[in-house]
Each structure stands twice: as structure tokens, then as C-alpha cells.
Design a binder for this molecule. Structure first.
Ligand SMILES: *Cc1c(COP(=O)(O)O)cnc(C)c1O
Length: 378
């Protein structure tokens, strides 16, 4: 079994991420936990069958759980992690959720509500007083902060206190902030969810999710959900996710510095109505003047910025969010979400500004007349 980080609380997150989930320092032990490709184990131990456990998962879970300050359970995707948390809501219970949550979260909540499995009450998560006033009878408060892609910020400690007064659980989707910038369990949240597909893995080559909780009772329920419903991660995926996680501090530090600088340089550009940057993290949302058509032209006219959904990779990507039919109508038509990667800030800036400066020329770009995909983007 991989070594855990039992003696690590005094160490900094950067150090903990390097040492977590390693085999013991003994002669001939490998540096990394191998990819355990097995469907079963010789009977009589703790694991028994590979839907219940895999040492490759444990190594990743020790590292991410150590960073968030709780017990981590890894899943096949962020959506699978979200499913496990929503399954904690009792039959017919009410979920209070941000109206600008990630579109997949809203779609899943809407589907569960339409079947009568639960009720959902959408709120402006940045309006703490309004959220607090809507908590009577809630079973779960879902928080996403910053929200995808509106970049609204929730006051997590205040919302946790208000939710707990009403006896509601609090889950925080911490995908955008990462545990380096925000640790909701330290503010009393009950559960943290990640799309580990994004910053945690960081190289656009893995889909994975995770749930972290400080309570053993909740953790056992989350593990039981994974064992029974079977949305387990692949051992190779967890290996890659851990490999990515080890460099998260340096990746995020650089991407954040570049995002800050880009947000400053883009502010006031003639072709933009708005530049949204919450002051931390590496996502910027820009609102292109003139809405859909110029925004669709923008994403076709760059050389470095890749037109693609998802975020948090080493490559800078961007997309107009409303191209997805399920994106909320309250997100501006011309909003383009930028995921800032690790290229040099001057190259990214020059590429984007050249495309922005060209927008007054309609050209003959393809694609803008096509209907958007009907699934939620990422
Ligand atoms: C992408 C994303 C998800 C969904 O994660 P998948 O790994 O794509 O299933 C959930 N929440 C947020 C904030 C996301 O950006």
C-alpha cells in the first residue's frame, strides 16, 4: 500500500503533494505507485474486487484528500462525483443551488427534479442574504465558486453557517479554485467535489472526479455509492491525475499570474463589453461587443488559443459558452470563457488581440450558423 501523509500537517501544500501517495522509502521500492491493472485480488484481504478498491486510486486519493483536508474518493468523472453527492439527498428533499452552476450540474438537478426524486431551488449564489433567506427546509446547499462561466463568488463561510443552522448539508464544487486557493472543508463545508479533469489532472488527457469529506460517516456513504453504482476511475487515469496533481502549484501559480496580466491588458478593449476576472484563478470571461456573431468569429481567428470546451490544461483554450444549448440564457450571448494555460503571456496577448482587432471584418468564417451541441459542455 502507498505511504500516507500521516506526519505531514506542518508541511506546505507543495511539499505534501510531492511526497503523498508514494511507496515507502525502502530499497527497490519504485518511486511511483504502479498502475495496478487487475480486476480482482487474491481473497482474504481488504480489497477483494477492483470495483471496491485499487492501490492506484489510493495514492491519488491520499494526495488530493491531504490537500483538501479530508477523505477523498475518486470517480470516473466530475459528473459521477456530483451524482454520488446528490444521492445523499433524501427522497423529495430540496437542493438549493446556484442558477449559474456548471451546465451539467443544472441538467442533472433538472432531470432529478422532473422525476420527482428531489426539488431544486436556484439562487444567485453571490447574494448571501438571498440564499440565507431561501434555506428553510433545504436538505443540501450546493455551492460553486467561482461559478462556471459567470465567475460569481460565493461567501462560503457565511453560507455554511446559515445552511447548518437549517440542518442542511453543504457541498462545494471547488473545480475552478482548486484546494490551493480555497479549502471549503476548513470553512465547515461537509463535502467538496472536483472535476479532476480540469486543473488537478491539468493536461487535457484524463476525465476524472473526486469527492472529499471530513466526516467518516459521509465518506463511507460516498464509497458505498461508488462500489454499488460502479462509476470507478481507471487505474491509468488515476496514475495520470496524480502525476498532474504533483505539479499543480507551479502550473497554477504561472497560469494565475498570466491570467491576471491578461485581464488587466484586455480591460477597456474596444471590441469588449466586459472583462470578468474574480482576482484569483486562471479563468477569465470576456463579453464580446455585438454578441454571438463576433464572438463566434473570435474563436475561429486565433493561432494559439484553441477553440475547445473544458479548461485547466497547460494549453490555453476558449469557447463561447452559449454555443451549448443547455447554457443558461442569463449568460451573455457574447461571453467567451478563457482558460489561461502556460504559454508566454505576450504570445497569448498578441494572438488574442490580433483576433479581437480583426472582428470588425466579418470575413467568411465557418460554423457560426450551426446549432450548438445539445449536451452540456465542460
Ligand atoms: C467540467 C466541470 C464539471 C464536470 O466534470 P466532468 O469531469 O466533465 O464530468 C463539474 N463542475 C465544474 C465546475 C466543471 O467545470
Amino acid at each position: 500500500m502507498p505511504d500516507s501523509t500521516s506526519a505531514a500537517p506542518a508541511l506546505h501544500p507543495e511539499t505534501r503533494l510531492i511526497i503523498a501517495g508514494r511507496p515507502p522509502h525502502e530499497p527497490d521500492q519504485p518511486m511511483n505507485v504502479p498502475v495496478h491493472l487487475t480486476s480482482t485480488y487474491v481473497a482474504g484481504g481488504d480489497l477483494e474486487y477492483a470495483r471496491y478498491g485499487n492501490p492506484s486510486w489510493t495514492a491519488f486519493e491520499d494526495a488530493l484528500g491531504g490537500l483538501e483536508g479530508g477523505r477523498c474518493t475518486s470517480f470516473a468523472s466530475g459528473m459521477a462525483a456530483i451524482t454520488a453527492v446528490l444521492d445523499l439527498v433524501p427522497e423529495g428533499g430540496t437542493v438549493v443551488a446556484p442558477r449559474h452552476s456548471y451546465t451539467g450540474t443544472v441538467a442533472q438537478l433538472d432531470q432529478l427534479a422532473s422525476k420527482g426524486r428531489l426539488r431544486v431551488d436556484y439562487v444567485d449564489i453571490s447574494d448571501t442574504a438571498a440564499v440565507a433567506a431561501s434555506l428553510a427546509g433545504a436538505a443540501l446547499v450546493w455551492i460553486e465558486s467561482p461559478t462556471n462561466p459567470a465567475l460569481e463568488i460565493a461567501e462560503i463561510p457565511e453560507l455554511v453557517a446559515a445552511a447548518h443552522e437549517h440542518g442542511a448539508l453543504v457541498a462545494v464544487d471547488n473545480t475552478f479554485a482548486t484546494p490551493l486557493l480555497q479549502r471549503p472543508l476548513e470553512s465547515g463545508a461537509d463535502l467538496v467535489v472536483h472535476s479532476a479533469t480540469k486543473y488537478i489532472s491539468g493536461h487535457s488527457d484524463v476525465l476524472m472526479g473526486a469527492v472529499i469529506t471530513a466526516s467518516d460517516e459521509l465518506s463511507e456513504k460516498i464509497v458505498a455509492h461508488r462500489s454499488l453504482f460502479g462509476a470507478i476511475p481507471g487505474p491509468f487515469e488515476t496514475y495520470l491525475a496524480l502525476r498532474g496533481l504533483r505539479t499543480l502549484p507551479v502550473r497554477l501559480e504561472r497560469a494565475q499570474a498570466t491570467a491576471r496580466e491578461l485581464a488587466t491588458r484586455l480591460a477597456g478593449h474596444d471590441e469588449l463589453d466586459e472583462v470578468r476576472y474574480p482576482g484569483f484563478g486562471a479563468i477569465i470571461s470576456i463579453v464580446v461587443r455585438g454578441g454571438k456573431e463576433p464572438a463566434d468569429r473570435l474563436v475561429q481567428r486565433t493561432a494559439l488559443w484553441v477553440h475547445a470546451t473544458s479548461l485547466g490544461g497547460v494549453e490555453s483554450t476558449f469557447e463561447r459558452r452559449r454555443r451549448w444549448q443547455l447554457e443558461q440564457p442569463t449568460i451573455p450571448d457574447g461571453l467567451v470563457r478563457l482558460s489561461v494555460g502556460l504559454e508566454h503571456v505576450d504570445d497569448l496577448h498578441r494572438d488574442l488581440v490580433a483576433a479581437l482587432d480583426s472582428l470588425s471584418d466579418p470575413g467568411d468564417d465557418r460554423g457560426s450558423a450551426l446549432p450548438g451541441p445539445s449536451a452540456p459542455g465542460a
